[in-house]
Design a binder for this molecule. Structure first.
Ligand code: ACO
Length: 436
């Protein structure tokens, strides 16, 4: 797997407090702002730093993904996302994220072979589905089944063995489409469709998701390409909430399947991966263009608790570059499916237009994120809304796995353990219940 380059010291910052002084090394990576290394601050000044939600804290060194939120730039291993979405395939991007370089032809053939050979699930895992309620949310099933993989593949959970780490990575990347498709099949009461290894990664997923034994399933190359592109756009996104969850879980030495299950749980929330599902719910609730102004008024009212889903991002304070590609893909998919009028897309476009001109959104630098359009494409491709976040999880599995591997191989790695500012009761004595 790829070697991580380390940051270099480019200066020193000094922090003074109550007559004491701390010299903080200022470090620079290959791109992005410098960072102050505060690791010695507790020893030098007897204090911690306070950064709830980590908006100003780099938690690790990483050479996988780079984001410039002001410029709207996203690079995987240095390659711009639009070039990869246009010219590459999801499996090639998976190789790139995991290994640091684009593969040669023989390297890619070997990688594809490894992923393909692991697409089937242990037959006993099938029985999990009988235990779930039919209406179980597919994210609940993904979380459980991926976590349970550690019980089925104990031969690849020794995190200190590089070969086992690699096998567990192949297993997760290869099997997550099967698990995701089966979660859907169980929901709708159709027979589970087994993987077909002569298909590409995206074709195989579409086949397992849409095919039924009674009829042949015909692939539409525009749709399988769109699927591949959606996977590429969601493959990694540096230290977001779910990736940080994977790293934090992994820092304890937990096995890789347990760590990825933790990542899936974190992705589920509507502020993160659940936003694509929330966008469609929001559009359905708005219902008609005429209702947009009233909805925007509600969004701007802090007491309403209503947000414009698919807008805003912790890091992007300019257009999310993935949203632009998603918008283009949206048109291609609708055309390929012969959908001339999409009231949903029209509504989304009008909402976007109004929001982008409104001072509330302009001042706060709120732009559409990747999820604003992804739901519309996925809906057009025949995926129910509950499957949007699982599809995101499917694609992000390779990012989580790559980040987890990088963390395990990092010589600086130790258990992640944030501190706190305690604001509770000061020490006091226990009072027996009769005296309270
Ligand atoms: N609608 C309305 N107002 C918003 C929105 C929004 N979608 N997003 C941010 N704001 C407002 C906040 O209320 C805040 O206003 P204030 O300064 O007057 O208090 C200001 O913009 C700054 O927002 P923060 O909440 O500080 O931004 P943060 O970085 O914490 O949140 C987040 C980012 C969670 C993505 C937020 O923008 C949001 O909830 N968006 C909607 C959900 C969504 O689309 N999530 C997907 C993210 S992309 C992904 O995970 C793939």
């Amino acid at each position: 797997m790829a070697q991580t380059a380390t940051s270099k010291q480019i200066g020193t910052a000094t922090l003074n407090y109550e007559g004491k002084s701390a010299s903080l090394p200022v470090l620079a990576g290959s791109l992005g702002p410098a960072v102050a290394d505060i690791r010695k601050i507790q020893g030098d000044l007897g204090m911690f730093t306070f950064d709830p939600s980590y908006g100003a804290t780099a938690s690790c060194e990483s050479s996988i993904t780079y984001i410039d939120g002001d410029e709207g730039i996203l690079l995987y291993r240095g390659y711009p996302i639009d070039q990869l979405a246009e010219k590459s395939t999801f499996l090639e991007v998976a190789y790139l994220l995991m290994n640091g370089e684009l593969p040669t032809k023989p390297e890619f053939a070997e990688f594809t072979h490894h992923v393909t050979m692991h697409t089937m699930l242990h037959e006993q895992i099938r029985r999990f589905w009988d235990g779930f309620r039919r209406d179980a949310h597919p994210m609940a099933m993904l979380c459980s089944v991926v976590g349970a993989m550690s019980a089925f593949y104990p031969d690849s959970i020794d995190i200190h063995d590089p070969k086992q780490r690699e096998i567990s990575a192949f297993r997760m990347i290869a099997k997550i489409p099967t698990i995701t498709a089966w979660a859907h099949k169980y929901n709708v009461g159709q027979p589970l469709v087994y993987p077909q290894n002569d298909l590409t990664y995206s074709e195989n997923f579409l086949h397992m998701f849409h095919a039924v034994p009674a009829e042949p399933y015909k692939q539409n190359p525009i749709l399988s390409r769109a699927m591949d592109r959606i996977f590429i756009l969601h493959a990694d996104h540096e230290q977001n909430a779910s990736t940080s969850t994977v790293r934090l879980a992994g820092s304890t030495g937990a096995n890789p399947f347990a760590c990825i299950a933790a990542g899936i749980a974190s992705l589920w929330g509507p502020a993160h991966g659940g936003a694509n599902e929330a966008v469609l719910k929001m559009l359905a609730e708005i219902g008609h263009k005429d209702n947009i102004p009233a909805f925007i008024t509600q969004v701007k009212d802090k007491n309403s608790g209503v947000k414009l889903m698919g807008f805003g991002h912790r890091v992007y304070k300019n257009f999310d570059p993935r949203a632009k590609i998603m918008q283009r893909t949206c048109y291609e998919v609708l055309e390929a499916l012969g959908i001339k009028d999409s009231p949903l897309l029209d509504l989304a476009m009008e909402l976007e237009k109004i929001a982008l001109e409104d001072p509330y959104f302009v001042e706060r630098k709120l732009y559409p994120n990747v999820d604003f359009y992804s739901g519309i494409i996925l809906k057009a491709m025949g995926f129910p809304t509950t499957m949007f976040t699982p599809i995101f999880a499917l694609a992000r599995t390779v990012g989580w796995v790559s980040q987890w591997m990088e963390m395990i191989e990092d010589p600086q790695q130790r258990i992640g353990r944030p501190r706190q500012v305690y604001t509770g009761a000061v020490q006091r004595d226990y009072v027996p219940v009769e005296q309270r």
